[in-house]
Design a protein around this ligand. Structure first.
Ligand SMILES: *Cc1c(COP(=O)(O)O)cnc(C)c1O
Length: 452
């Protein structure tokens, strides 16, 4: 008979009586494989911690989202939000699916170009485009979404120097009933700034005004906010039609749809609270179809969805390094995943599964990272089975923003592995080493020697 794995004993109060509001506590989540590949074998081969991306999930999520819109609206274009995850392999998957690129900095813009995205299929957003960035984008016929009046004047100035008509849209912010309102990006609708900017563009005669853009927030839980936003953008579009007989080509509704991750402070898990992509699609498309566009002049609907297409496709695998008990009596587990690589743990209660078969016994546990910093907490209090040193676990919903916002601090950034649709694994980003970090450093000659 095979020797059973040791699990340390615990003393636990028996809670009797009727189940609570949501039934009896769940059994621990166990996840031994991702897309058919064993978690243990991934960690053995590539080291711990390890980011893992599922190509299958990415494509599935993309196709579901695309379909939610195309079944409801005749002209839809997706644009991949680079800052959500700009690993080349990841962007290439969305580009293969037909997504354009949506970038918010000169560096992201260059990354899209190097990857082979045509200039005319890059949407250039963001509050700080340099003159050099703008000249490049105008020359490549990219879609420039103007953020503020200074940028508008800068573009007009550039048109005096180069003989290409810039293709522009303005970013609009508005009251959609969600507070605090994101009013720092773009021109406001209610106070008339948006309309004023449109008038300036039209009367200048120097720019091709081809679209209207908004991005109302991130991890949005209210589809109705998008309905209001689509109505307000349509109102501007129809105003342009009336005053200037000018038709815009597209309405860009941005991104911000929630994934099924669980926001901190929300009682129920994200799978129960986040609206589906269909809910968002219904809100947006019904508003556009109800606005007074003629069928031929119906604008293309652009979506810059990031998080909702990739969060579920990303996993972070880790290993238990130590256990201890806090003075409150609470169990604490120290693992090799720090907040420097799981940046989103500041906002979300990430779901955790264990990567080996374990009994149903669980204990409320504080899950700490390896950093020598008090804030390095992955979960303050999560029901976990009795993990021992060397046991492995999986952090879910780690695909959005972590591989762009991560930082090298105390520990180094780990490898990222892609599991393709055939279940093969590919390293899509190497781990950092001391060499990587030292490469950028320089020591002045006079500091090159010391004696202790
Ligand atoms: C970040 C961003 C997105 C993507 O947002 P998600 O919340 O990841 O969907 C889209 N458009 C703009 C302008 C952005 O800044």
């Amino acid at each position: 008979m095979e020797k059973k794995k040791y699990e340390r004993p615990i003393i636990k109060q028996l809670v009797t009586g009727v189940p609570g509001k949501f039934g009896r506590p769940e059994k621990p989540n166990i996840m031994t494989h991702i897309d058919g590949v064993s978690v243990k074998s991934l960690l053995n081969e590539y080291g711990s911690p390890l980011f893992v991306m599922s190509e299958k999930k990415m494509r599935e999520k993309y196709q579901t989202a695309k379909q939610a819109f195309t079944t409801r609206y005749p002209k839809v274009q997706m644009a991949w939000s680079y800052k959500t995850n700009y690993l080349d392999a990841v962007c290439s998957i969305y580009h293969q699916e037909g997504s354009w690129a949506e970038v918010v900095s000169g560096f992201e813009y260059d990354k899209a170009i190097e990857l082979g995205v045509e200039g005319s299929k890059i949407i250039f957003n963001g509050p700080t485009k340099s003159e050099a960035d703008l000249i490049k984008a105008i020359t490549n016929e990219s879609l420039i979404h103007i953020d503020n009046i200074d940028e508008l004047y800068l573009i007009l100035k550039i048109t005096e120097k180069i003989n290409i008509r810039p293709k522009v849209a303005i970013r609009v912010n508005m009251d959609t009933g969600i507070y605090p309102m994101w009013d720092r990006f773009g021109f406001n609708y209610e106070n008339g700034m948006a309309w004023e900017a449109l008038n300036k563009i039209m009367h200048s005669g120097k720019l091709d005004l081809i679209g209207l853009h908004t991005h109302i927030g991130t991890f949005m839980l209210a589809p109705n906010a998008y309905k209001i936003a689509a109505q307000k953008l349509s109102d501007l579009a129809l105003g342009l039609k009336k005053k200037f007989s000018h038709n815009i080509k597209y309405i860009d509704m941005g991104g911000g749809f929630a994934s099924t991750n669980s926001l901190k402070g929300i009682y129920m898990p994200g799978v129960d609270t986040s609206p589906s992509i269909d809910d968002f699609a219904e809100a947006i498309t019904s508003a556009l179809l109800s606005a007074h566009y003629s069928t031929e002049e119906l604008p293309v609907l652009i979506l810059e969805t990031g998080r909702a297409l990739i969060d579920e496709a990303g996993y972070l695998l880790g290993t238990v390094l130590a256990n201890k008990r806090l003075i409150s009596g609470q169990r604490a587990t120290i693992a090799d995943i720090g907040v420097n690589i799981l940046f989103t743990s500041f906002w979300y209660d990430h779901k955790i599964s264990v990567a080996q078969e374990m009994t149903d016994f669980t204990e409320p546990t504080a899950l700490f990272g390896p950093l020598c910093m008090n804030i390095d907490v992955i979960r303050e209090n999560v029901e976990l089975p009795l993990l021992n040193i060397g046991d492995n676990f999986v952090v879910h919903y780690a695909g959005a923003y972590n591989m762009t916002q991560w930082m090298q601090f105390i520990t180094m950034r780990p490898k990222v592995v892609l599991i393709d649709e055939q279940g093969r694994t590919h390293i899509i980003r190497e781990n950092e080493s001391l060499e990587t970090i030292k490469q950028l450093e320089k020591v002045p000659e006079y500091l090159s020697k010391f004696e202790l």
